[in-house]
Design a binder for this molecule. Sequence first.
Ligand code: PLP
Length: 357
Amino acid sequence: AYNFCAGPATLPESVLVQARDEMLDWRGTGMSVMEMSHRGDAFVEIAETAEKDVRELAGISDDYAVLFMQGGASSQFSTIPLNLLGDKTSADYVNTGIWSTKAIAEARRYGNVNVVASSEGNGFTSIPDQASWQTSADAAYLHYTPNETIGGLEFDFVPDSAGVPLVADMSSTMLSRPVDVSKFGLIYAGAQKNIGPSGLVVVIIRKDLLGKARKETPTMMNYQVIADNGSMYNTPATYSWYLAGLVFKWLKAQGGVKAMGEINRRKAEKLYGFIDANEFYVNPIDPRSRSWMNIPFILRDEALNNAFLEGANARGLLNLAGHRSVGGMRASIYNAMPEAGVDSLIQYMTEFAKERG
Ligand code: PLP
């Protein structure tokens, strides 16, 4: 089966096989990773190796701390303003869809949010041109969502934040293509797309942004505390951290983020090319802003939606229904989706359109 779910998403099969093989006895320790003390040598080695590997993959310098936190990406929507507003009263946000909207709503609990640009007016089908953004020089930071998982909208550029720390929700694009981390103040990513199991969230924060949390910030949300304790202030999500480490090793074996970016571009171009050439299917997103990871499409005749999904399921093409808030279809094709999965989907879509068109 090929699983096109947006998250939790498909993981590399070899990672799952390795996790199964190591389940009862990790390298002769007589313990499952799930049973280990997070302070013991075995787990500390797992944790440190994962951090080293992700630093290498993403090109993260020592100017940044890498944190393995919990509560998913959504908890970061409040953790970020609590830590980064400092003595400023406002932050800038770009609104490109459902996830930015949620980040904005949460930040408004803690300060003023200046929405510097929004694509709401065109139904979130394009990224607003940066020349029109109304940024403010005294904003604490500029937040944006490089890839909107539900809308299928992705930035094809890194915004210029004019000296203000740039904060990015990379949940559904992290490690899918090369990114210059040095342009960012903070990057965060819920793990359940390209990294591992849900619940874990990886935070990459420039060290000069630590230590600015408001005094009412819960300890578990204080970046400085988490950094000072090597992400082990409390018991971390050990098994998720271990699985993320296996995914990082897998990614390195594939040739790293650059090689993965080329594969991802090819997979996405294939599927968009097919959709654009077949009048049975439509993708509404401005071609410049199309996501490589999440490809929404609708059938011109939406009365056929159920038949399409049933036929797909019967072939092992799973979870193609669009997000409940937007309907239609969505194919999420993260790193772990093999090109053969995209080929199978196109084959099925071709046949379905022929039969029903
Ligand atoms: N941000 C983006 C871009 C997402 O795709 C998601 C969810 O899947 C989230 C945030 C929320 O993540 P979580 O469910 O881990 O809180």
